[in-house]
Structure formats: C-alpha cells, structure tokens
Write a protein that binds this ligand. Sequence first.
Ligand SMILES: NC(=O)c1ccc[n+]([C@@H]2O[C@H](COP(=O)([O-])OP(=O)(O)OC[C@H]3O[C@@H](n4cnc5c(N)ncnc54)[C@H](O)[C@@H]3O)[C@@H](O)[C@H]2O)c1
Length: 255
Amino acid sequence: MQFHEKVVVITGAGRGIGYALAEAFTEEGARVVIAEINPETGAAAAQKLSAHFTQVDVSSAPAVKQAVNEVVKTHGRIDVWINNAGIAHKGMAVDLEPEDWDADIGVMLSGAFYCARYAGEVMLRQGSGSMVNIASVNGLFAQKARAPYCSAKAGLIMLTKVLASEWGAQGVRVNAVAPGIFMTELVQQGIDQGIVKKETYFSRIPMGRMGEMNELIEAVKFLAGDEASFVTGEVLRVDGGWTAYHLFYPFEEAF
Ligand SMILES: NC(=O)c1ccc[n+]([C@@H]2O[C@H](COP(=O)([O-])OP(=O)(O)OC[C@H]3O[C@@H](n4cnc5c(N)ncnc54)[C@H](O)[C@@H]3O)[C@@H](O)[C@H]2O)c1
C-alpha cells in the first residue's frame, strides 16, 4: 500500500488504460482524481471508484490550470500525475486535415506540457512528486498513417527527458511508459474499422499476444512509486518485445 493516501491524478481516466490505472491506485488506498474531458464517463468512473472527478480538456491551458488549482484546493497536494489522455487520427499524411494534426498534438503533447507546467509547479513547491507519461511504441518507431500520433508521442518522450533534467535536483521524477498493444476501446475501434488486424499485431510481437492490463499497471506503479526512487527520464517499453524485434513484417516472411 505504498500509495496509501497519496494524491494521484490521472488524465483521460474515464475509460481504457486510464480507468484501469484509476482502479489500481484506488485499490492501493490512493486519493485518485479522474481528470477527464467526457463528463459522463468521468463522473461514472469517479462514482464507481469513489474517486474525485474534475472535468478538463487537457488541450486547453487555462482548463488545466483550473483543474490543478481545484485538486490542490481539495486535496492539498499532488503526489503522482499521470498524463494518459489520448486520441488518434489515422490516415496518410497527405489525406489528413491540419485540424487532425492539431488535435493529436494538442491533447498528447501540448496537453502533457500544460499539465507538467501547472502540476509540476505544485510538485516542485512540495519538493516531491512523480509524473508518468503514457507514451507509445509509436513514439519510438514510425508507423504509416499515424503522423500526428507518432509525432505527439515522440515529442512526449522528449518532454519526459527535458522535465526529468530540469526537476531532478528538486526531488521530482518524470518517466514514461511506451506500451505496445493493449485491448481497449481505442484499439477495438481500429480493428472494427479494418485499419488494423489482431493477427498482424501478433505476428510482429515476439510474445505473440497483446499485453494484459495488469502488466501495464505494474510498470506505471513501479515508475510512480518509491521503488523507482533513482529512475528519472526513463522510457520503459511494455510491448512483449515488439520494438526489440523491430521487424515490421510477419515472422514467416523473414525467411
Ligand atoms: N491501448 C493501447 O494499446 C495503447 C498503446 C500505446 C499507447 N496508448 C496510450 O494510452 C493512453 C490511453 O489509451 P486508451 O487505449 O485507454 O484510449 P481510450 O480512447 O480508451 O481512452 C482515452 C481517454 O482519454 C480521454 N480524453 C481524450 N481527449 C481528452 C482531453 N482533451 N482531455 C482529457 N481527456 C481526454 C477520452 O475521453 C478517454 O477517456 C493514450 O494516450 C494512448 O495513446 C494506448
């Protein structure tokens, strides 16, 4: 119960990975804040977990500032902040609209920066805190039809390293996880729309399967907590060996 009574804020926790993290930290006895744009899923998640809900669009700096103030007013501090909110516009670069690009960058890169800007200020004042950014293997390796998503996640990985460099001396750590593939509504949508196939993923992942949610949760808890007290600026890949293997074609075709 290392997170007992710790104030843990998770963006985009109305569903998917964010919700699973909120549930896990609640089970650890943390005071969880669900910072979510969707009022229905956010409120429902908070009610189910007896957590606090603050409605926020992380791509708006004033909204993030207000949400951070609200958390501090209610809970007095911020121990862990997880930048998880995400969206993904898919399509070849020449087919995408500039708004698609702006939206992905706005939520996953600018949004993470705004959260770091205001929540980081609180943590630095405290002289303690841990930020975990949910990046992606797509921030490390290119994928066709994902220009805004890959670019936002690559930027988020670099932001992680810069913040870790700036805040290390003041007791605030910043790390990222780079998940491979985990079954959530976001992924299911891609499968339903025929954009991605489960079999293709499996053939590219040495462990031959998607990740289980608890396997990602454990990685985030490790980085968020004291067991990682000398770990900062790290990008922990949780991908079943996908990016180690690195060959983006089915195994059989390698011969
Ligand atoms: N599912 C995977 O396999 C996978 C793999 C790699 C990385 N990721 C990353 O993990 C994170 C969560 O993914 P997921 O699969 O759970 O997605 P999801 O779509 O199920 O959940 C994303 C959540 O973010 C919220 N959100 C969107 N825009 C927001 C905004 N402007 N402000 C606040 N909240 C906002 C959504 O309402 C939703 O609740 C994302 O950053 C995603 O890129 C997921």
